[in-house]
Design a protein around this ligand. Structure first.
Ligand code: ATP
Ligand code: MG
Length: 328
């Protein structure tokens, strides 16, 4: 199966007001096969959104690409012109943003806003065709009575319905890859479950999915592969079973141990002490060293290499020194 997207040793950072450049994403490598869903998990600030914004080429002004490639359908997006990127974005590649509530224009009807995404990439379509595709899109994300709904304004929609509208916009052109950045965080649990059902269905119909979330339950439900990020590094990746049943990195183990279960009768859930460092206080060595219960001398001096620890399982941790071949 071909890969829709492939991050190859990608690095980026930020330039501060004095011109000094710090590094955030460090040697990120992963790929997503056609029709598959990959989940990117990690604590707040670890670089999940910067990873997806890098692929969309929508990084903030202060961002600096420091190396590597991001192949989308075989082309390195980092080398495309702005114009070439505009033809892909919203068409073959689209994204549901982390803050959807602010992304809709309050003075334009829902139907026109969704229709705009379609017309931009398919100006040849007639008014009737656009209207009918918008109705289909609203219908596919579970909005009832779409013929009437499309002439309404965002304020006439509830939060959950606005989120569905954002999904309808992102899928109207049947993208090869849909990126969802915390698509359900701002929603209550019933609506969350409905949105997840929609995403699962769309994955099969519409292509591949890059799901960014700190909710491991969502990953378990929707994804086949997982990348665990910590402070800008992809410290472990593998199949869902590898990561959930056999987590290797002490950070991944900490994340797994902090998932509540029906049978959590052993007192409070364990937490990982400390917080993710920011780009300004990364130290040499493993970025998790300060919080790691297994920290050794070398961990504070040298960044660990990637080690294959199974057919579809790779980890960057000095605990596994000597195992695998050391290539990402
Ligand atoms: N302009 C900037 N200059 C310096 N650092 C920045 C800038 N913009 C973002 N960052 C830093 O980049 C880091 C990663 O941000 P990112 O938004 O990718 O995290 P995230 O994993 O998506 O977090 P969350 O779960 O909260 O959405 C953060 O530590 C943030 O402070
Ligand atoms: Mg984010």
């Amino acid at each position: 199966m071909a890969n829709v997207v492939e991050f190859k040793n990608y690095s980026m950072g930020f330039r501060d007001d004095d011109g000094a450049v710090s590094n955030l994403l460090d040697g990120i490598s992963f790929s997503i096969e056609e029709g598959k869903a990959l989940g990117v998990v990690g604590e707040s600030g670890c670089g999940k959104s910067m990873t997806s914004l890098s692929l969309m080429r929508l990084l903030p002004d202060a961002a600096v690409v420091q190396g590597g490639e991001i192949l989308f359908e075989g082309k390195d997006v980092l080398k495309l012109s702005d114009k070439e990127m505009q033809t892909i974005r919203g068409d073959r590649l689209s994204m549901i943003f982390q803050e959807p509530m602010t992304a809709l224009n309050p003075v334009i009807t829902i139907g026109s806003q969704i229709g705009e995404c379609l017309v931009l990439h398919h100006p040849e379509l007639s008014k009737e065709e656009v209207r009918s595709r918008v109705i289909d899109a609203l219908d596919s994300v579970g909005i009832s009575n779409p013929e009437r709904r499309l002439d309404q304004y965002p304020h006439e929609f509830s939060g959950g319905m606005r989120q569905r509208v954002m999904i309808a916009m992102a899928i109207i052109n049947h993208p090869a890859l849909l990126i969802a950045d915390e698509p359900t965080t701002a929603l209550d649990v019933t609506i969350q479950a409905q949105i997840l059902d929609i995403m699962k269905r769309l994955k099969g119909e519409s292509g591949s999915l890059l799901m960014i979330t700190h909710n491991l339950g969502i990953v378990a439900e929707v994804c086949e592969e997982v990348v665990v990020m910590y402070a800008g590094r992809a410290i472990e990746r593998g199949t869902l079973a590898a990561i959930f049943d056999n987590p290797m990195h002490p950070y991944t183990r900490g994340l797994m141990a902090s998932i509540p279960t029906m049978h959590s009768d052993k007192g409070p859930l364990p937490t990982i002490p400390g917080t993710v460092p920011t780009v300004y206080d990364f130290k040499p060595g493993c970025r998790f060293a300060d919080r790691c219960p297994h920290c050794k001398d070398i961990c504070t001096r040298e960044a660990p290499q990637y080690r294959w620890v199974g057919d579809d399982h790779i980890v960057a941790c000095w605990l596994y020194e000597g195992e695998g071949d050391g290539n990402a």
